[in-house]
Ligand binder design. Structure first.
Ligand code: CP
Ligand code: NVA
Length: 309
């Protein structure tokens, strides 16, 4: 039997601007209903399988709670307690699990792992973070930015620190939404054009000093100095990233109404000072909350398609 190829969300560039506009409209609607305690359960009898090969708080809770709130259920799988840990090929796991559930979320290491999984899945696959990308976080973050400041086209976001999965996904979003990324990274941790791809050209500018990247920016953002999977480099990274801390001095040269964003978890005193992340310009808790609402819109879209409202 031939099964039509499903839509996946493996990286931010998989969706069009028009699809993001639709998702944001649905996010707003779903969030408002949730705040009014109104039941909305389009995914009754539907199942989400979550595969976690790395730790998580926000992604785990937002997907599981979101799926339950939409009327469905979520099953949590980890490498250690499934046959993945005993060497079952990822392609076979994809074939089997996707015959039993309606949608799958995976957090893993290399992007090629999730691509191999998706190529053998009958149902939509969502990237819940890989070494290269974190599209669900940027979905919530762009929504949060718009929620606070309106249209983002022509605006500038300053990325201070590691050119990691968050950074590459911001660059993909910049191309789609028409904003610009200023980036300042220590030598050795700068953007890799092979990961960014030719489509990223013109959407980011490199700066040697963090203060120059932040000048006039509408958003200042950063992330941990050591991402999951890179723990062995921790000590070397601490030294390299020390001059790349987001502090009040950097926020001062940004726009007076600039936002501070961080996907969390954060390390106060490392990539950001406590006065910035806990200060009035920080919207980190809204970003975290919006993971729930934005991913509910994403699950609804991937499982049910567009809904008439
Ligand atoms: N921001 C984010 O993805 O957080 P978790 O690692 O807690 O899921
Ligand atoms: N860059 C971080 C994001 C965590 C949500 C990591 O990959 O560990």
């Amino acid at each position: 039997m031939t099964v039509p190829a499903p839509r996946h969300f493996l990286q931010f560039g998989d969706f069009s601007r028009e699809e993001f506009d639709y998702l944001f409209e649905r996010t707003r609607w779903i969030k408002q209903r949730f705040k009014r305690y109104e039941l909305y359960q389009p995914l009754r009898d539907r199942t989400l399988a979550m595969v976690f090969e790395k730790a998580s708080t926000r992604t785990r809770v937002s997907f599981e709670a979101g799926m339950n709130q939409l009327g469905g259920i979520a099953i949590n799988l980890t490498r250690g307690d499934t046959q993945l840990g005993r060497g079952e090929p990822i392609e076979d796991v994809a074939r089997v699990v996707s015959r039993m559930v309606d949608v799958i979320m995976i957090r893993t290491f290399g992007q090629t792992l999730i691509e191999r999984f998706a190529a053998h899945s009958r149902v939509p696959v969502i990237n819940g973070l890989t070494n290269e990308y974190h599209p669900c976080q940027i979905l919530a973050d762009v929504y949060t930015w718009i929620e606070h400041r309106g249209a983002v086209a022509g605006r500038t976001i300053a990325w201070i620190g590691d050119a990691n999965n968050m950074f590459y996904t911001w660059v993909q979003a910049a191309r789609i939404f028409g904003f610009h990324v200023n980036v300042a990274s220590p030598p050795g941790y700068a953007i890799d054009p092979a990961i960014a791809g030719p489509a990223a050209e013109g959407h980011y500018t490199r700066f040697a000093k963090p203060i120059d990247a932040c000048r006039g920016a509408d958003v200042v953002t950063t992330d941990v100095w050591t991402s999951m999977g890179f723990e062995a480099e921790n000590e070397v990274r601490m030294r390299a990233f020390a001059p790349f801390q987001v502090s009040a001095d950097l926020m001062r040269v940004a726009q007076p109404d600039a936002l501070f964003m961080h996907c969390l978890p954060a390390h106060r005193g490392e990539e950001v000072t406590a006065d910035v992340i806990d200060g009035p310009q920080s919207v980190v808790w809204d970003e975290a909350e919006n993971r729930l609402h934005a991913q509910k819109a994403l699950l609804e879209y991937l499982v049910c398609g567009r809904v008439a409202v």
